[in-house]
Design a protein around this ligand. Structure first.
Ligand code: PHE
Length: 506
């Protein structure tokens, strides 16, 4: 019997099978569309981010906003944190109302408008632009990842590899964005750099629109609830709270940008930090109380909590790439090659390049190790240890740069190498582990939780960067190194317990 000819139609048969006629490296064709869309979105984000703190702190004569590092760190922390924080309501809005497919499209449009607004020579437009990027990324980022997951049937073994390929798209964008935008922004004009980010996002939108058919019905409907009546109501209230909180915060940010709010950048950022921590506590408390979780589901939720804390610490160190390490590149690193000084932001594409080069090595390593490979909690612990090691390198570099000396490029390169090794232990595993650990009816929400960890981390990292001029650099980097190394050791010791909580998920 010829296979395929007598294929019977089964309702609800995974779209991965029906859409596989044009495949992408052996994956569903739709992955190519999501890969390119996310690549261009990240092109814009990392391109803009490479400029952000440099633009905020540059002197007025250089076209910058001439902020103090403390203020710039506060703005940067608030912005980069909100970008991922809004992934929480963004996931929920898609689950309940828009569907993931439309959420990605609307999000992309808001983001593109945001970058173009940042390119307009007006403070109101600049802050409105930041707000649009926050809202748009909240809609796009968690939902595009959720659609990737839906390209595969639950038991499809290609799923993890699919996420890895998607991660390549992210980093290809993160590589190209700073390359183009930093050069334009630092060497030509800041606003041209922001506009280039907007052009990138527009390309992403066009690819996404043209590729709709290849996505089949992934992301068109929310995952079917197993027990719809059990928890949706309370989850709805919870998520509504998150949306209202987000709106309130966006309002505060806008009022601040318009000068209606007298408090300083720092005090607003402080208030947001308190809010964020309270929200995380309330969120998890609510989550545990709200659903009629089975004991296995409950254990898995506890495992998510442990991984959440680890991820927040990890991103708190790692995401300083765009802030404190970007400042170190500008102020304390010798960037001349053949008499030409390359843009400070060019260091921003280094981690992405390392990811692209090292990801296949890690993929090979995990496959090679097979069932002997470390469990997710151990990988998370390795991630923390490695990012901590990277900051130890920065301690040495900053000691050498004391008194205004410029150090060689090797220091930041070595730091980023450690950071990326850490990232490859933690981030791709995290994305897929959280989706697997989450009870099916809250997958969308759990994607939001993964972004919440990134939000906490970005906040912490931004605030640390704000101390760049007030605390001596070896001390500052030393504290970051110490904290992450300690967290890594604690998690390593706790990993057998966490594994038991995971109830069979690796
Ligand atoms: N490099 C990752 C990305 O841009 C960083 C990240 C991790 C962002 C987790 C959000 C959440 O996707």
């Amino acid at each position: 019997m010829k296979r395929g000819v007598y294929r019977t139609y089964r309702p609800g048969y995974p779209p991965a099978v029906t859409n596989s006629e044009r495949s992408f490296f052996g994956h569903p064709g739709g992955l190519a569309i999501l890969f390119l869309t996310e690549m261009w979105e990240r092109f814009g984000y990392y391109g803009m981010r490479a400029l952000l703190i440099l633009y905020l702190t540059a002197a007025a004569a250089e076209g910058g906003l001439a902020m103090s590092t403390a203020d710039a760190g506060a703005v940067y922390a608030l912005f980069t944190s909100l970008v991922y924080f809004l992934g929480l309501p963004g996931g929920w809005i898609a689950d309940r109302y828009l569907g993931q497919r439309k959420a990605v499209l609307f999000g992309g449009v808001l983001i593109a408008l945001g970058y173009f607004a940042m390119a307009v020579p007006s403070m109101v437009a600049f802050y409105a632009g930041l707000g649009l990027v926050i809202a748009g990324t909240g809609l796009l980022k968690p939902n595009i990842s959720a659609i990737v997951g839906q390209l595969y049937a639950a038991e499809d073994e290609r799923r993890d590899a699919g996420f890895s390929l998607f991660y390549m798209g992210i980093n290809l964008g993160a590589f190209l964005g700073p390359l183009v935008c930093s050069w334009l922004g630092e060497k030509v004009d800041w606003r041209t750099g922001f506009a280039a980010a907007g052009v990138g996002m527009c390309v992403g939108i066009l690819v996404y629109m043209a590729g709709q058919r290849r996505l089949g019905d992934a992301g068109l409907r929310a995952a079917p609830a197993e027990r719809p009546e059990s928890s949706t109501l309370q989850l709805r209230q919870l998520a509504l709270g998150a949306v209202l909180g987000g709106v309130a915060l966006a309002g505060v940010a806008a009022a601040w940008g318009l000068g209606w709010l007298v408090p300083t950048a720092e005090s607003i950022s402080n208030a947001f930090g308190v809010f964020l921590i309270l929200l995380v506590l309330v969120f998890f408390a609510w989550l545990f109380r709200t659903g009629n979780w089975t004991p296995t589901e409950r254990g898995r939720l506890w495992a998510i909590v442990a991984l959440f804390v680890a991820a927040a610490f990890f991103w708190g160190a790692y995401e300083q790439a765009g802030s404190s390490l970007n400042l170190f590149a500008r102020n304390a690193t010798d960037r001349t090659i053949g008499g030409w000084e390359f843009p400070a932001g060019w260091f921003q594409w280094v981690p992405a390049l390392f990811v692209i080069l090292l990801a296949p090595v890690f993929a090979w390593l995990w496959t090679r190790l097979g069932s002997r490979q470390p469990s997710s909690p151990v990988k998370f612990s390795l991630g923390l240890l490695s990012v901590g090691a990277g900051f130890l390198v920065m301690v040495a570099a900053s000691v050498r740069s004391a008194g205004g000396a410029k150090v060689g490029v090797g220091w930041l390169l070595a730091t980023y190498f450690f950071h990326v090794v850490g990232e490859l232990c933690l981030s791709p595993v995290g994305l897929s582990t959280v989706t697997k650990l989450a009870p099916a009816r809250v997958t969308g929400l759990m994607m939001g939780v993964w972004f919440l960890a990134a939000a906490v981390g970005n906040y912490l990292g931004g605030r640390v960067a704000g101390m760049y001029e007030t605390v001596s650099l070896p001390t500052l980097f030393g504290i970051v190194a110490g904290t992450t190394l300690l967290a890594g050791i604690v998690l390593a010791l706790a990993s057998p317990r966490v594994r038991r909580l995971m109830g069979g998920v690796r």
